[in-house]
Ligand binder design. Sequence first.
Ligand SMILES: O=C(O)C(=O)Cc1ccccc1
Length: 363
Amino acid sequence: MLDAVSSNSSQFRLQITPPNHRHHNHRCSAATLNFPRRRNLIASSLPPPSSNYISQAILSQKFPEGSPSSANDSANPLPKPLTSSVASKSDGSRLRVAYQGVNGAYSELAAETAYPNCEAVPCDQFDTAFEALERWLVDRAVLPIENSLGGSIHRNYDLLLRHRLHIVGEVKLPIRHCLLANPGVKIEELKRVLSHPQALAQCEHTLAKFGVTREAVDDTAGAAKFVAFNKLKDAGAVASAAAARIYGLNVLAEDIQDDSDNVTRFLMLAREPIIPGSDRPFKTSIVFSHTEGPGALFKALAVFALRHINLTKIESRPLRNSNNGSSKCFDYLFYLDFEASMADPNAQNALRHLGVMSVISFS
Ligand SMILES: O=C(O)C(=O)Cc1ccccc1
C-alpha cells in the first residue's frame, strides 16, 4: 500500500506498507534465468537465448525502431521498437523526481542536478521511490549506485532487477561531507556520529581520529534531522552543508571524507526507456548470467573487446536461490556498462554475439 505521509518539515514523504510476501514472485528461483520471460527485468524484450549458457537483459536501452541489421544477423530478430521518453510534462507542470531520504540528502541534489527545476519528492525507502514511479505518482526516481571511495552500492544493484524500470541517465556528484552538531556542541563532546553507511565508510579515518562511534541510519540528511529534532548533545551527523542549513545545525568540520576526490554516481530511472540515438555518446547497461565453463566470462567480455566497445563497469551479484540443491553454491549475475548506443549496429551485433555464443558453446 502506498501512502503519502506528512512529515514534520511540512512536505510530503512517501511511505509504503508492503503487503506480506510482496516480493516473493520477484526472486530468482532457478539456476539459470531466461531474462526475457521474467517480467521484473527492466527494459528489454530481447529474443530468448537458445540455451541456458548466457542470458541477458538490457537495463538502460532498447533497440530503436527500424534499426539496421546486417545480413549475417538477420536470423536473430531485433527486440520491439521503443516508445519515446518524456523529457518534460506536456501540461507544463514540473517533473516529479523521487529520491530516498529527507530534504537535504545528496540524492535530492542529484535529482535537481539531473532535472533542474524538478520537484524532488522525498521517500522513506528506495522501494517506496521505485513503487511511486511504477504507480505514476512521480515521473522519475534517482538511485545512488556507486561511490569512488565506498565502491558499488550492492543493494541498489539488486533493486534494479526487482523493478520494471529503465535507466535513462546518470549524474556524478562530488560529495563533500561535513560533521554537523547542534549549536553549542563541540567536537570533543561527541560520542557518536549518525549517517548513511556509505557516508560513514567514506569518512572512516577522519571519524576514527575524532574517537566517535558510528551509527548507520537511512540517509545523511535524516541523520542531521534526527540530531536536530532530538536536540542531541552527544551525537553529531555526517551530512551536507545544505542539511546543516535546513535543520539549524553547526558545521564543526568540512570536507571530512577520507579522500577529497569523492564522487557518487546516481542513476535516473523512468517507466519508459529512452530512444538511443547516434547524435551524442550513449552508454548502455545490461545484465546477464552464464553457467559454468572455462573462460565463460572471458568469452562474454570478448564480444565487446572484438568490436572495440569500451566497458566502463562490471559488477557481479550472487544469483539468489540458484543453488537448486546442487553442490554448487554460487551462480552470478553480471552487470555491465559499455560505451555505445544501441542505435549502433556494432553494439547490436555485440549483444547478438553474446546470445549466439551460447548456441556455439552448447552445440
Ligand atoms: O544519504 C544520502 O544523502 C544519500 O543520498 C545517499 C548517499 C550517501 C552518501 C553519499 C552519497 C549518497
